[in-house]
Design a protein around this ligand. Sequence first.
Ligand code: SAH
Ligand code: F3S
Length: 458
Amino acid sequence: MDGFSRKRAYVETYGCQMNISDGELMEGILAADGYEIVDTPEEADVVLVNTCAIRERAEQRVLGRVSQLTGLKRERPDLVIGVTGCMAQRMGKTLLEQAPDVDLVMGPDGYRSLPERLAALEGRRSWTSSAKRRGPQLAVLDLDLGENYEGLEQRRTSDISAWLPIQRGCNHRCTFCIVPYVRGPEKNRDPVVILQEVVDIAASGVTQVTLLGQTVNSYTAGDWDFPRLLRAVARTPGIRRVRFQSPHPNDVTPELVEVMRSEPAVCDHLHLPAQSGNSRVLKRMLRRYTVESYLEKVEMVRAAIPDIAVSTDIIVAFPGETPEEFEDTLDLMRTVRFDDAFTYKYSPREGTPATRMPAEDFIAPDEAQARLERLIEVSREIQAEITASEVGRVVEVLVEKEARTDGQLLGRTEGNKAVAFPADPALIGTYQTVRLVATTSATFVGELVGDGALVESA
Ligand code: SAH
Ligand code: F3S
């Protein structure tokens, strides 16, 4: 690279919405340091793989990708490859040993120092003999209670929707979950800073904001709690849709429900992870609620907002889950009738309490797979009934992008359901009224009504 061209960085993100948001944060930090952000690893001088550690499969996928990317070094030994995020934090130096062509591992609290770490790597390289291009490697793995992520700017590229972390880390210790170990304890951001960011997001023309946190509704800062913050975000001029993810059932309060009910901008959708439909399993998961109290929360929300879409996360085959206890989870599905469910097989995460349960409690992979399939079947059946019952409704969608089928656009309802409908791509980014006319397996088929239809035929 000559001294005049800008350094180029490429960030590839895996995992949850918080990680997507962190990927934007890394891009923002690098862009502020003068890097050009590029879209492919081939164009880049620095490649960062932003990883997820939530389940073993997620990690295996990333390891495969990392070894593919390190292959690029054969042609370009100067390429810097970093692994960031939760898996980097979890595996740390082991990862550097397993993947000797990786130059940097960095956990979530290290992103502020990315520019100086990359500069240090470059500096160290200049005195490494060119024959010995490999290494030195660098590990940045401190979880930093003082890191509040303030003053760092995310590079937001969507004109439609913005991710906004209001909280990092988690104070719970669900026994299956690696998150508290790789992201540290809960840290809540300053509400004044958050609200200013919402104003800036609105000023950029973006109308939908998703507030992010591991237990987003336990947010607290001085006099502020989550319902108050949510209301303030929802009332920011220019913001038309507010979402939040993921709330913990215990912090779903009457105050929160009242804000959701009374603020038109707060979407009528609640993603409320249940994890299991059996209270003994929930107790062993240390979820801190029972099936009964979970159901009470759902009832409270539905009493206030009858049409609200409710989605969930479920884990099957948690150690010790009996066939009967699994049946209870199916019963929960039938009782609540979730609009959507994200379903997982329990995956042991080293260092988490569930891995220390008696060996005989661990459920055989075949059985776990069978339970997962059964759960998916029940959940899909219910979902199909719900979507079929919604055909004929007229709803507002935020138009997100062109659909795979030619001439079709994809929009999302307040309930977070996808609708494909024929229309002019000029409508992307606008709100349109559509009639739901049919369903496919995953989406609704719709047609424009009202003003949008006029625009389309003009
Ligand atoms: N509070 C977080 C939860 C993060 S993990 C949030 O904001 O969503 C997302 C989901 O992954 C969890 O709700 C859980 O259902 C699932 N999960 C977490 N750890 C798991 C494990 N060890 N095995 C299988 N699924 C897991
Ligand atoms: Fe994980 Fe439970 Fe926190 S699922 S992120 S430990 S609330």
